[in-house]
Design a protein around this ligand. Structure first.
Ligand code: DX5
Ligand code: ZN
Length: 220
């Protein structure tokens, strides 16, 4: 495996009246990453929050790695606001029509890492030609829009395919999964090549979050 496993707790499942407290809960288990889900009510049928939330978390003292997942029809319009708000990584979906390569380059030019995201219905081939330009590939293991949905086991072959290309082409991007991740499904994704695990519901509802984080970090 190219990278040690990383847990990225999803703030969407935190307490939206106390997001800084939820971010701190994630930091306190010793994981550096925090996953921020940005939804526009168009690309997905739900809303979450805008760049003012990461900016406010930074002001509140968060030093976490902000793994920012843009679920937007026109992500190219919002790269700068999120970079300025403190995003460390910005991931954009491949499905909408815009200049993906130019947007990835813009993200990097602003000093952030960049990622590409695939919905469950999108084949791995949709991003194959862009793999050399990314720091991260995010394979959605639910249809995005809401937390708490069941894991799509039929996404495992897609992970295996992207992991195979990564090795064959000697590329260095992280392979992330998002949606329905718990300790069981994370292990299945790990075996299929994933190294970065977004967890909302299962993390925030875990009885012992420290043990949860340790179990992810300890996966073979
Ligand atoms: C889904 C979001 C996810 C979500 C995952 O649209 O992209 O990041 O927070 O939530 P769980 O872990 O509850 O499936
Ligand atoms: Zn997400």
């Amino acid at each position: 495996m190219a990278f040690p496993p990383i847990l990225a707790p999803s703030l969407l499942a935190g307490d939206h009246a106390h997001l800084a407290d939820s971010a701190k809960i994630a930091a306190d288990v010793g994981t550096d990453w925090l996953h921020l889900d940005i939804m526009d009510g168009h690309f997905v049928p739900n809303f979450s929050f805008g760049p003012e939330v990461p900016a406010a978390l930074r002001r509140a003292g968060s030093k976490q790695f902000f793994d920012t997942h843009l679920m937007l029809d026109e992500p190219q319009r919002y790269i700068e606001p999120f970079a300025k708000a403190g995003a460390d990584s910005i991931s954009i979906h491949i499905e909408p029509a815009y200049d993906h390569a130019a947007t990835l380059a813009r993200i990097r030019a602003l000093g952030c890492q960049c990622g590409l995201v695939l919905n469950p219905g999108t084949p791995a081939t949709a991003i194959e030609s862009l793999l050399g330009q990314v720091d991260l590939v995010l394979v959605m293991t639910v249809q995005p829009g809401f937390g708490g949905q069941p894991f799509r086991r039929d996404m495992l072959p897609k992970l295996q395919q992207i992991d195979r290309w990564r090795r064959e082409k000697n590329l260095k991007f992280r392979l992330e999964v998002d949606g329905g991740i718990d300790l069981t499904t994370a292990q299945e994704c790990r075996s299929a090549g994933a190294d970065t695990f977004v967890a909302g519901t299962s993390f925030f509802r875990a009885g012992d979050r420290q043990a949860y984080a340790a179990a992810i970090a300890g996966m073979a």
